[in-house]
Design a protein around this ligand. Structure first.
Ligand SMILES: NC(=O)c1ccc[n+]([C@@H]2O[C@H](COP(=O)([O-])OP(=O)(O)OC[C@H]3O[C@@H](n4cnc5c(N)ncnc54)[C@H](OP(=O)(O)O)[C@@H]3O)[C@@H](O)[C@H]2O)c1
Length: 252
């Protein structure tokens, strides 16, 4: 897409790029010539990705850290500034959920879900805004889920609640920025079931995606990343609010 040319050499921060959707978005942003800072706890995966992207002519800064720790999130921004300058694109992708009912769920799992999926996203947005303010072209993309629209999974209450919160925050942020006359754009992507490591995490390793997707083809990380590229390809006057997508066969 020729429209993506304008992002070449600009700086992106992608949270949760050690696997799945975030990894694919990081690869694709490096592929269009962006300088990409990528976070995650699994430092060895970040190093391997950086090595691979650099070998292909890309630029990637590995930023190991835990999204539950505010000091880790705060440390990303000066590290990026030292390497390249301020952030132009923020992709809030890091996320998790633990399957349990409200009747039997563990408080610590609920707290972790809120910390990673809501608080960490809020902190990253606040810090990124300081750097994006006054820019003519800047984009925040929050990865939500189709369940923020259709909370139909009975044993996933906190995950769904956390993504409802993302939806509310995204809309509020857009209104805040509009009131200031800001040029920063804010979008969400709300995918249905996608083939990643997410379900392994959600079930404590009991289920991998092959168990889930016997009856239909899931979305692939590339399908979600295409939505991110579409958002970035839109001209400055177009605000994509949400890209809602699901695999055929999921029944949503
Ligand atoms: N898969 C789906 O069906 C689906 C559907 C809709 C939306 N989503 C959303 O898509 C996003 C990406 O998920 P995915 O499906 O690609 O799952 P994934 O493969 O499990 O990736 C999750 C990413 O988040 C990072 N992460 C999780 N907890 C973290 C923490 N405490 N600190 C730092 N990083 C953390 C992981 O990194 P480390 O483990 O290395 O820390 C990993 O890079 C999430 O926001 C998820 O809610 C997924």
């Amino acid at each position: 897409m020729a429209e993506l040319e304008r992002w070449k050499g600009k700086v992106a921060l992608v949270t949760g790029g050690t696997s799945g959707i975030g990894e694919k978005i990081a690869r694709d942003l490096a592929g269009i010539g962006m300088k990409v800072a990528v976070t995650g706890r699994r430092a060895e995966r970040l190093e391997a990705l950086a090595k691979e992207l650099k070998a292909g002519g890309g630029e990637m800064l590995p930023l190991p850290g835990d999204m539950r720790k505010e000091e880790d999130i705060l440390s990303f921004f000066p590290a990026i500034r030292d390497a390249w300058g301020t952030v132009d694109v923020l992709v809030n992708n890091a996320g998790m959920g633990k399957m349990s009912t409200l009747a039997e769920g563990k408080t610590e799992d609920w707290r972790e879900t809120l910390d990673v999926n809501v608080l960490a996203v809020s902190i990253a947005i606040r810090e990124a805004l300081k750097e994006m303010e006054g820019k003519e072209d800047a984009q925040i993309i929050n990865i939500s889920t189709i369940y923020a629209y259709r909370p139909q999974v009975p044993n996933f209450p906190y995950y769904q609640a956390s993504k409802f919160a993302i939806q509310a925050m995204t809309g509020t942020l857009r209104a805040e920025l509009h009131a200031k006359g800001s040029k920063i754009k804010v979008a969400m992507i709300s995918p249905g079931m996608t083939a990643t490591e997410f379900r392994g995490v959600a079930t404590g390793g009991k289920l991998v995606y092959e168990d889930y997707f016997k009856d239909f083809h899931p979305l692939m990380p590339a399908d979600v990343s295409q939505a991110a590229l579409y958002i970035l390809a839109t001209p400055a006057y177009v605000q994509v609010q949400d890209v809602l997508l699901s695999p055929m066969g999921q029944g949503l």
